[in-house]
Every structure is written in structure tokens, then in C-alpha cells.
Design a protein around this ligand. Structure first.
Ligand code: NAD
Ligand code: ADE
Length: 415
């Protein structure tokens, strides 16, 4: 059953915003043009559990141009843009998603896309994969694609334990995905989410970033660019050292808790900030999370400490503690960039979703011959995406001269 979003103005707003995203996704457009001619996904059934955004809409249209039929559900209850759902449904694409859906509805929708008997599942966080391994254990699947770090971590653990039952491409691990989407996308859009919800000034504030992986790298850099004093919390000594040499202060969560003004988690881990930290935070600090699951802030612990809780602005909830201090949480501790803003800009999703489209094509070509495991796309496909993006940006790419090729290949020359 499709959600029949009958409001024509909603669909028309969705179409307008999708068109704007489409204009800023030239790499995906080039792939779509080729797909229209070559039809590499002819007859392939796709079930996609992804954030229902304008950029995802452009990906769905690209898959359809390649010959696939598509059913889409949300990969987070708060990331769905209802106008996009309306526009896609209007365009004949099955979408099962409503912003703010409860957990039962979320899983009902995942089951609805799996009821279409897909050949390929697109996942963002491995929720569909989990359902296919816990409940729908005999449903045949040609293969899967995974968009995010947390999902890939789960899949690698399943492969290691010998329980993964079909091949999956770790799209996140393509360089043209994680070096740009995780870094520049999360960096910009997470601050965008905090800004839209709170309209605070970042200049002069102490921003505590937990996790200095690709996402943390981007968030820290953008916060510093806005004039914040950035503090990084890390458990990995090499990443912590790297943060220190970028010029950030590196400290423990306990040391950062009393000095931070804004706390942003991007670890993929659980309970980074807990009651012992809330107990020493300043009045009116802002907490937000951009890691995949809403587990990075211990909100149940915060709720237990609170004497009152109220929504003070859209996507901004205040927990009042017994001593009068207030702790403010953005977008319920869910992905702040998608819950309180529109997610990454189309310009960067262009590459992530070009990788997804090419991965789907690669899986259709190779899936039958792959054993269940986690695969990374061939480096040539990464390079193809990078070249197309550079071309679209009007950036020149130098080429090696024959002399330079010889020099770089030789171990005798060079003294
Ligand atoms: P990553 O593995 O590169 O980085 C995570 C970092 O967190 C690592 O350096 C790790 O050492 C650190 N860490 C783990 N536990 C910690 C703890 N207890 N305290 C401090 N540091 C800790 O991962 P990434 O690619 O940066 O992704 C981070 C999270 O963001 C994942 O959940 C990923 O799925 C998600 N993500 C979200 C978006 C988005 O749109 N919001 C986009 C991409 C990725
Ligand atoms: N993940 C982060 N930003 C996104 C976007 N704009 N669309 C889909 N998935 C995303």
C-alpha cells in the first residue's frame, strides 16, 4: 500500500525542491543519462531504506531510469521530508514513510518494502539487513548496499561471525563517499541543524565534538571556521593526536563537560554524555547528535534527572534540572542534520548517490558470483565519480608526462 498523500500543494513543493537538488547533482545526472540508454537495472526490484530527502528522490529516479522498480522507506523516523514523499508517490514511486513515525510504523514500513520481493536492498544503518536476518531469514536477496559507517560496522561483524547471508557493498567505504559526505556534508549540515533549531552564535563558544573520525573532522573544522573554540573527545590515540595537531584542545568527557557550550556527538558509540556529565554542565548548554543512532546522548538518564521538560522551539527541547540549570537537546538526540535541517547538501550527495547507483549496477553484474561478504567498489569506479565531479566543477586535472610515468615507475633514477 502506498501512502496516498493527496495534498497537491505538498507534492508540488516537493517537486520544486527535488528539481533544485537535481540541478546540483551533475554526476548522478550523467549516470542517469547513461542508464536511460543502457538500462542496466532492467527488471531489477529495489527496496531502499534511506532518508527520504530531495537527494534520495533524485537517486530513486536514477534507478528507475536504469530500469529498476523502487520501493522506499525511511531510515530514520525524523528524517522524512513529507513533501518529497508526496512528490514521489505522485510520480508513481512507492514510498512508505511519514515524518515522526513511531517505532512500530517504522518497522511496518521496512516490512512493506521487503514485501515487494526485492532483488537488491539499499540500507542506511543496516536496519533492513537486520530485519532480513532476524525475521525474514529465508527471503532470497541478490545483494545489499550500505550507506553509512555504523551500518558497515554491523555488516562486518555479521560477516566475521559467518551470519551474513548475501553480499553487501560498503558504499560508505568508497573514497568519493566518506571523504566528502562524512567530512564536508556532516560538517556543514550538522551545524546547519543546530543553527536552524536554535539560531545561536557559534563565534566565541566552546564547541565540544565527540569523535574525530571523518564526521568529527568536518564538524570540528566548520565550528572552528565559525569562530568557536573547539574541544575534541576521542578514544583512539592516533585520531586524538591528529585533532591536537589540527589545533583543537583534546580532553576527556569529564574535563569537557563543565566548559562546553555546545556538545555534538559523532562517534557511532553509545552514551558519550551521561548523567555524571549533565551534573556539571553549564546552564543552557546545547546537546546534539549526528551519529547514526539516537544512543550517543543518554537521554533516559537526563530525563530521570529532570524536574520538567518542555519544547521551547521547533526541534529544541529543554530539560530543567532540580538546581534550576537547563539542558537543551536538539532533534530528540536523533541525526541533527536530518532532523532539524535538510541533511547534506545535494552537491555532496551527488557523489554518495553516484556511488550508490554504480554499486547497484556492479551488484547486478557480479552478484550471482559473489559469496556473502562485505565488498568495496573497485577503485576505478571511485576515480570515475571523482573525475565526473571535477569536470562538473570546471576543475582541471593534470596528467603525467611519459617522462614522469617512467620516472615514477623506476627504482634506478632519481639521485
Ligand atoms: P568513524 O569511525 O570515522 O569515527 C568515529 C570516531 O569516534 C572514531 O575515531 C572513534 O575512535 C570515536 N569514538 C568511538 N567511541 C568513542 C567514545 N566513547 N568517545 C570518543 N570517541 C569515540 O565514523 P564516521 O564516519 O565519522 O561516522 C560517525 C557516525 O556518524 C556513525 O554513526 C555514522 O554512521 C554517522 N554518520 C552520520 C551522517 C549524518 O548524515 N549525520 C553521515 C555520515 C556518517
Ligand atoms: N544523509 C545525509 N544527508 C542526506 C541527504 N541529504 N539525503 C539522504 N541521505 C542523507
Amino acid at each position: 500500500m502506498n501512502y496516498d498523500i493527496a495534498d497537491p500543494s505538498l507534492a508540488s513543493e516537493g517537486r520544486r525542491r527535488i528539481a533544485w537538488a537535481d540541478r546540483r547533482m551533475p554526476v548522478l545526472a550523467a549516470i542517469r543519462e547513461r542508464f536511460e540508454v543502457e538500462r542496466p537495472l532492467e527488471g531489477v526490484k529495489v527496496a531502499a531504506c534511506m532518508h527520504v530527502t530531495t537527494e534520495t528522490a533524485v537517486l530513486m529516479k536514477t534507478l528507475r531510469a536504469g530500469g529498476a522498480s523502487v520501493a522506499l522507506s525511511a531510515s530514520n523516523p525524523l528524517s522524512t521530508q513529507d513533501d518529497v514523499t508526496a512528490a514521489l508517490v505522485d510520480d508513481g514511486i512507492s514510498v512508505f514513510a511519514v515524518r515522526g513515525e513511531d517505532s512500530e510504523t517504522f518497522y511496518r514500513h521496512i516490512n512493506a518494502i521487503l514485501d515487494t520481493d526485492p532483488d537488491i536492498v539499499f540500507d542506511d544503518g543496516a536496519d533492513t539487513t537486520t530485519v532480513l536476518h532476524r525475521e525474514r531469514t529465508t527471503q532470497p536477496i541478490l545483494g545489499g548496499l550500505e550507506e553509512t559507517t555504523t551500518g558497515v560496522l554491523r555488516l562486518r561483524s555479521m560477516a566475521k561471525n559467518g551470519v551474513l547471508r548475501y553480499p553487501v557493498v560498503a558504499v560508505n567505504d568508497s573514497a568519493t563517499k566518506h571523504l566528502f559526505d562524512n567530512r564536508h556534508g556532516t560538517g556543514q549540515s550538522s551545524l546547519d541543524g543546530i543553527l536552524r533549531a536554535s539560531n545561536i552564535l557559534f563565534a566565541g563558544r566552546t564547541v565540544v565534538v565527540a569523535g574525530f573520525g571523518d564526521c568529527g573532522w568536518g564538524v570540528a573544522r566548520r565550528a572552528a571556521g565559525l569562530g568557536s573554540n573547539v574541544v575534541v573527545i576521542e578514544v583512539d590515540p592516533i585520531r586524538a593526536l591528529s585533532a591536537a595537531m589540527e589545533g583543537y584542545r583534546v580532553m576527556t568527557a569529564a574535563e569537557a563537560a563543565p566548559i562546553g557550550d555546545v556538545f555534538l556527538t559523532v562517534t557511532g558509540d553509545i552514551h558519550i554524555f551521561r548523567p555524571e556529565h549533565f551534573a556539571v554542565m553549564k546552564d543552557s548548554v546545547i546537546l546534539a547528535n549526528a551519529g547514526h543512532f539516537d544512543v550517543e546522548l543518554d537521554l533516559a538518564g537526563l530525563d530521570e534527572m529532570a524536574v520538567a521538560r518542555r519544547e521551547i522551539r521547533d526541534n529544541l527541547e529543554e530539560y530543567e534540572l532540580a538546581d534550576g540549570r537547563r539542558i537543551i537537546v536538539v532533534a530528540q538526540g536523533r541525526l541533527v542534520n536530518l532532523g532539524a535541517a535538510e541533511g547534506h547538501p545535494a552537491d555532496v550527495m551527488d557523489m554518495s548517490f553516484a556511488d550508490q547507483a554504480l554499486a547497484a549496477e556492479w551488484l547486478v553484474e557480479n552478484g550471482e558470483n559473489l559469496v556473502p561478504d562485505v565488498y568495496v567498489l573497485p577503485h576505478e569506479l571511485d576515480e570515475e565519480v571523482a573525475r565526473l565531479k571535477l569536470e562538473a566543477m570546471g576543475a582541471g586535472l593534470e596528467t603525467l608526462t611519459p617522462e614522469q610515468v617512467r620516472y615514477l615507475d623506476s627504482w634506478e633514477e632519481g639521485t
